[in-house]
Design a protein around this ligand. Structure first.
Ligand SMILES: C=C(O[C@@H]1C=C(C(=O)O)C=C[C@H]1O)C(=O)O
Length: 361
């Protein structure tokens, strides 16, 4: 058998497999549709998205995957399959911190897949309002960056919003220097979001020391401006480069190679346990010595691991703070429930922001 015959044979096998995969996908879609009908008949609401079920499916895909495709790659494919199946019913509407081309858009698509509808909004409080009003099923907002820390606008919204956290997304962030101009020497003004300027400070000091740095609302907005003005550049993503037709004068200019942003998915749904969850809460008490120690003791006593602690001004009294705490486990897990019951007695203010599956992909 010569090479071309061999190739033909292998291709014929691929074609046969593709046919099977396609048939199975449609069979799966039909079953997903049936579950949606059962849920609707049972009065479980028109939104059929189940974060805990999707997280379980993705974890199982990774655990049983023999390769050669990597577990993460396979999970991404299944992410899209579930997204398409769900869109057969009411496609989800996801509000995110825009404009188009932001990392928050990338995070929203990573979490929900590409079969959802998305709506870019220009401020974090607008996303909360849109989801509260029910015009979007979920919202996606940034909450912390591994280099620069908390996104305080998001934390402050949780003080006043009734929404729950339904999920988290982690995204590796790569920043590029984008411009209409062809050389670094032609650039005298630089636009980017404040956090991004901070994440690239060392690179900018070394390569664009004399350039004016102008903070703007988002990196996508920076890219839009760089597309309209000569002699300026933006720091933004590769997606923003495509959208605004810019050239990359330098790539991956973030100071920390592991630069990662964590996003939260907000909605009005309480998520049931998935088997690997986190719980977020807000705590505060009257300012006195040992307050934080006392507030954290019930967690330690119940062997609950805290993954994050952030403090913000309470906005009620000068030098009084609220603590944002993330712990491992679901609020229905016995140990977490015991700790929360004790905390409720001790803190003057306790607000549960939600339990949700840990990020899988
Ligand atoms: C199919 C269901 O509903 C939705 C679709 C899923 C899927 O395609 O696998 C999984 C969870 C839900 O978001 C279900 O609950 O089983």
């Amino acid at each position: 058998m010569d090479d071309s015959q061999q190739l033909q044979q292998v291709r014929a096998r691929i074609d046969a497999l593709d046919e099977q995969i396609q048939r199975l996908l449609n069979e799966r879609a039909e079953l997903a549709r049936q579950t949606a009908q059962i849920k609707q008949a049972a009065g479980l609401g028109e939104n059929c998205f189940r974060p805990e079920r999707e997280a379980e499916i993705l974890r199982r895909v990774i655990a049983r995957n023999p390769g050669p495709l990597s577990g993460q790659e396979m999970a991404r494919l299944f992410r899209e399959i579930m997204s398409a199946c769900l869109a057969l019913e009411t496609p989800l509407m996801i509000a995110y911190l825009g404009p188009e081309g932001t990392f928050t858009e990338a995070a929203a698509l990573k979490h929900f897949g590409h079969s959802v509808k998305t709506r870019p909004l220009i401020a974090i409080d607008e996303i909360f309002r849109e989801v509260e009003a029910g015009t979007a099923h979920y919202g996606v907002v940034p909450v912390e960056n591994s280099t620069e820390g908390a996104v305080t606008h998001t934390l402050d919204q949780f003080l006043i919003s009734p929404l729950q956290i339904c999920g988290e997304v982690e995204l590796r962030i790569h920043h590029h220097l984008l411009s209409r101009n062809k050389a670094l020497t032609e650039v005298s003004r630089l636009y980017a979001h404040q956090q991004t300027l901070a994440q690239c400070r060392e690179w900018l000091d070394a390569h664009l020391a004399g350039c004016e740095r102008i903070p703007v609302g988002s990196n996508a907005e920076a890219a839009r401006r760089a597309g309209n003005e000569s002699g300026c550049a933006a720091i933004a993503s590769d997606r923003a480069r495509e959208i605004y037709g810019l050239q990359a004068l330098a790539t991956n200019i973030e100071d920390e190679p592991g630069n990662t942003t964590r996003f939260l998915v907000i909605g009005s749904q309480a998520v049931v346990p998935s088997g690997n969850d986190k719980t977020s809460l807000l705590l505060s008490g009257p300012n006195r010595s040992g307050l934080l120690y006392d507030l954290l003791r019930p967690l330690a006593d119940n062997e609950i691991s805290m993954t994050r602690l952030e403090s913000r001004p309470s906005r009620r009294k000068l030098w009084e703070y609220v603590f944002f705490i993330d712990v491992e486990g679901h609020m229905e897990d016995p140990k977490v429930a015991t700790a929360l019951a004790t905390l409720k007695d001790q803190a003057s203010f306790l607000k549960l922001l939600g339990s949700y599956p840990r990020a899988v992909i």
